[in-house]
Design a protein around this ligand. Structure first.
Ligand code: S3P
Length: 165
């Protein structure tokens, strides 16, 4: 199986759905944020100590180490910020966009403080959401609407779409 990359805005369910797909497909699961945390420490501290650019370097390093078959990869919401990342994913696997409305994301994330970019003004976050969503949509092989659905429902829908590809 070609590696599957889950992309989408913060709070769209990439990590939870990734774990479910891993259980159901029996292939390994990696989470680029988790890989960075294990190697370099908490994301908020990296942003504070070393800056966002360095976090992006770490993120690209992690992504590009992952084999092109038999992995489910939950990416960070900013993975689309670098063309190197998007080319890598496009060339190596299938890209699944977990789409959620801004209202749903706000509801899910609340006042989360682990995500440095979620601490910005509401208008800045909304702008980022709109710009990112355009990128996710352009890149994706499959876009899944996630509002009002459980992670189990979303994983089941993804499996169904994959079986008809
Ligand atoms: C980021 C999203 C986060 C994490 C970091 C930056 C972003 O991942 O990589 O805080 O730029 O959108 P999640 O999408 O898993 O929250």
């Amino acid at each position: 199986m070609k590696t599957l990359y889950l992309i989408g805005f913060m709070g769209s369910g990439k990590s939870t759905v990734g774990k479910l797909l891993h259980q159901q497909l029996g292939v390994s699961h990696l989470d680029t944020d988790q890989m960075v945390v294990e190697k370099y420490g908490e994301i908020a501290s990296i942003f504070q100590r070393e800056g966002e650019k360095q976090f992006r370097n770490y993120e690209t390093d992690m992504l590009t180490q992952i084999p092109e078959s038999d992995y489910i990869v939950s990416t960070g919401g900013g993975i689309v910020e670098r063309e190197e990342n998007t080319l890598f994913m496009k060339n190596n696997g299938r890209i699944i966009h977990l789409n959620a409305s801004f209202a749903e994301i706000e509801h899910r994330l609340g006042t989360d403080s682990k995500r440095p970019l979620w601490g910005k003004d509401r208008s800045e976050k909304f702008q980022l959401f709109q710009a990112r969503n355009e990128r996710y949509g352009e890149l994706a092989d499959i876009t899944m609407e996630t509002d009002g659905k459980s992670p189990q429902d979303i994983a089941a829908e993804i499996l169904k779409s994959l079986s008809s590809m």
